[in-house]
Design a protein around this ligand. Sequence first.
Ligand code: CP3
Length: 344
Amino acid sequence: MNDTFLKACRGEKTEYTPVWLMRQAGRYLPEYQKVRSNVDFLTLCKTPELAAEVTKQPVDILKVDAAILFSDILIPIEPMGMKLEFSESKGPILYDPIRSDIAVSKLRRIKANDDVPFVIETIKILVKDLNVPLIGFSGAPFTLATYMIEGGSSKNYVNTKKMMYQSPELYTSLMEKITDTVINYLQAQIDAGVHAIQVFDSWAGILCPIDFEKYALPYVQRIVLAFKGKVPIIYFAFNSSAMLKLVKQSGADVLGIDWRVDISDAVNAVGNDVAVQGNLDPCTLFGTKDLIRDRVTGILQGAKNAKGHIFNLGHGILPETPVENAIAMVEAVHELSNGRLAYA
Ligand SMILES: Cc1c2[nH]c(c1CCC(=O)O)Cc1[nH]c(c(CCC(=O)O)c1C)Cc1[nH]c(c(CCC(=O)O)c1C)Cc1[nH]c(c(C)c1CCC(=O)O)C2
């Protein structure tokens, strides 16, 4: 197996900088569109053979150094007891948002092997087939809570913040229940064979630093502690470049960096005892191949003092992205970092 990605996560020397893309299995790929034209998104997530097939597509097409399980962060919320739907126009919808003690008390702590067997089955198929490491994942408790409290995506997250400030005990009991579920869910993924895990905190950036420290970070720390030393843990807190020192306190082995910060400044902020992942602006892939090479060079250079660097976008690849430009990006990372033996 190509273990370059795992080595970089651990801060070991690598022959070149490994690369994968967030949302690498998705709508920009005609091969994905073809599978997706026959089934809706949730059915795709719940059908192991199909989920495994689309997980492998970017590995074959882009030649990335890691695969990420095809699923969604909202999948475990359904067996917790909320009705989930993906609307083409509105995105995810969770019915009867959680706003009361009764609603929280009705939520179940899931047992992943029984409640989401299709996720476990998909992983088992993939670890047999893949020649690169498989990344499992979960949403971070705060990000999952925003979906459960708001009932979907939101502009200002007023209901979430109201609960934090007006009903702190209710907020804490919800977060504890979600954290228990996330730990069970990730443990089941590890038992099934994933080689690393990524925790997506997509909405961490709506919090001011003191609220992040109080209302989001402790739950991530509990998750990291549960898996530390078992498999590499990547923590991606989107839009958090103004609080990277706090993000580092998660204890994760790798910190995901979005594109709003120069990666050399991010490395200065977090120090050289943790690996970083990132951070090309996904829209760069709409530029010319020369621009892409140029930006790749800058990021490789900027991350050279990190304990380890995994090249990635600063957020998910966008649906309209030209596939040939994604391929060119992966080629540029491999070629321009080759032989550099970046990490001491
Ligand atoms: C916030 C979040 C979600 N899901 C996810 C996050 C965290 C990452 C981030 O910040 O982007 C994580 C996710 N979603 C998906 C993956 C699969 C693995 C991968 O290739 O990265 C992963 C890791 C597939 C998906 N998840 C979704 C799609 C599109 C579904 C389709 O085929 O129509 C895919 C491929 C749907 C989804 N899922 C979610 C939203 C808001 C949407 C609708 C918006 C959109 O359509 O992009 C919730």
